[in-house]
Structure formats: C-alpha cells, structure tokens
Design a protein around this ligand. Structure first.
Ligand SMILES: [Zn+2]
Length: 275
C-alpha cells in the first residue's frame, strides 16, 4: 500500500504534469470507483480546470476551478499515469480524464480498492474521511501539545496507536517500524507508559523519516510507482522493515519479525526493549 511519502510523490508528479490543464472528457469504466452519483461526477469534472493538487495524509486532493475537489485515495494499488499513448489504457484503467493538451490522466487500479469522491472545496474539512484524520508529520499541527494527549489516551501497544490515523495520520506500517527502531521503543510498549521525552522523540523521528522518505521519492515496495513511471528509492534507507534475519545497523543483533495488532512488525530485540 502506498504510504504518505509515496502519495506525496504522486502529488508532486501530478502537479508538474496536469496543473492548469482543462479536463475535456471523462470516462468512468468502473462505476464503484466513484463514491456518490457517477453521472454527477462526470458532469462536474468535465470542462473544469485542474487548479492545484493537494494532499491530506494519504488522500490526494485534485482541486478544480469550479469549487469542487476530487478526493482520491489510491488504497492498495491505485496509480495515475499521464500519457497521450492509447496503449497506456488497459483493462485496469478505471477512470480516464482527457486533457486539453491531448494527454490523458489515467487512473489504474488492479485490485479496484481505490476510491474517488467529488466534494465542495470549501467544505473539505467536513468530509467524513478527512474529518477524522489526526495531525500529520511536517504539518504545523504536528506538535507535542497536540500529540501527547492523543497518544496517552491509549493503553494499546504504541505500534497500533501510531498506525491509528485518528491519533496521527500519514504513518503506515513501514514507517512506524522505522520510527520505533530509531527511537529505541519496543512496538509492544503500552502507549500510556511513554514519557514526555519519548513522545517528543517519536514526533522528531516521524518528521525526519517522512522528510527523508519524500526526498527519496517514497519506497518502492510491492507495486508502488509514481505518475511519471519512476520508482522511489526510500527502500534503500529502511533499517528494519523487511530486514528480518539481518543484523541491526546499530548493534548487530538479528532483526526480528513479529505480529503486533495483526500487523507484521520488525524490530531489534536488543535496542528496543519493552518497558
Ligand atoms: Zn539493535
């Protein structure tokens, strides 16, 4: 699943390729892709100019000049491709936006889990999916005062709590493992046992990790690829995710993989000890 840095990379690619373009034709081939009435989606997007591409956590926000925004979530394997080549369209192309320069913005999704929804731009804060998101790294809301009560409210293990998008948003399975390794906190530590220093360290490490991941163009794990067809190289910076059986880069102990809250979790049993 693409995580926030991958979605940010997609956002930047789209921004460079389709910002300012007018949508001249819209074809929806998989009706369930659209949340809400499909005919209305087509009517309101056709003829609109793409003003800007924003993002909130893992949601892409395609802002149109008519007061509406397409909220697009890639979920497992959704991806955008911009091309004038008709062969770029295949059986996994579920939405095709023709642009005024002859190119098409093609949404592909092999597993069909991705969704798009049209929403008034001025009302985005009230959208059900966006409303519940906690502060995200690298934003001005991502502060100790905002995060501390959200984390300490939970008795669950810190891994599960950091994955909960209503606590903080944007960090998925890969980056939570990396952050917890970096700050030497065992993923099974109860969230409410953390002290102020540890919470601050989690905040700092989350910002650093997201910054590095975005600069690297995201991680290419599984099928992620950006809208220009480039692969990210953040996977080269990962220290524990997917590294079970290899030595911890800090102490040499073998990285272990366990399940925490049902999720595959990578950690160093020497550096990260349960409190
Ligand atoms: Zn270690």
């Amino acid at each position: 699943m693409p995580e926030m840095p991958e979605v940010e990379t997609v956002r930047r690619g789209l921004q460079a390729q389709v910002k300012g373009r007018k949508i001249t034709h819209v074809e929806i081939r998989y009706q369930a892709l659209i949340t809400g009435p499909v005919d209305q989606f087509i009517e309101f997007t056709t003829g609109a100019v793409i003003e800007d591409i924003g993002r909130r956590a893992k949601f892409l926000l395609i802002h149109l000049n008519n007061g509406y925004t397409i909220i697009s979530h890639l979920r497992m394997e959704g991806r955008y491709r911009i091309s004038a080549d008709p062969s770029a369209i295949d059986k996994h192309s579920h939405a095709i936006f023709t642009l005024d320069n002859g190119e098409k913005m093609i949404y592909n999704d092999v597993r069909k889990f991705g969704r798009m929804q049209l929403w008034p731009t001025a009302e985005l804060a009230n959208n059900k999916s966006l409303k519940k998101l906690g502060p995200e790294p690298l934003s001005k809301e991502f502060t100790f005062d905002n995060l501390k009560p959200r984390i300490l409210r939970h008795r669950k293990d810190i891994k599960t709590v950091l994955l909960d998008q209503s606590v903080m948003s944007g960090l998925g399975n890969i980056y939570v493992d990396e952050v917890l390794w970096k700050v030497k906190i065992h993923p099974k530590t109860s969230a409410n046992h953390l002290n102020d220093t540890e919470i601050q360290k989690i905040i700092d490490a989350s910002n650093e990790e997201m910054k590095l991941a975005i600069e690297s163009g995201g991680s290419t794990v599984r099928s992620y690829i950006d809208s220009t067809g480039h692969k990210g190289n953040m996977q080269n910076n990962l220290k524990v995710y997917g590294k079970e059986g290899t030595p911890c880069p800090r102490c040499g102990t073998e990285i272990q993989k366990i399940k925490v809250g049902g999720r595959g979790t990578h950690f160093c049993p020497k550096c990260q000890v349960v409190k």
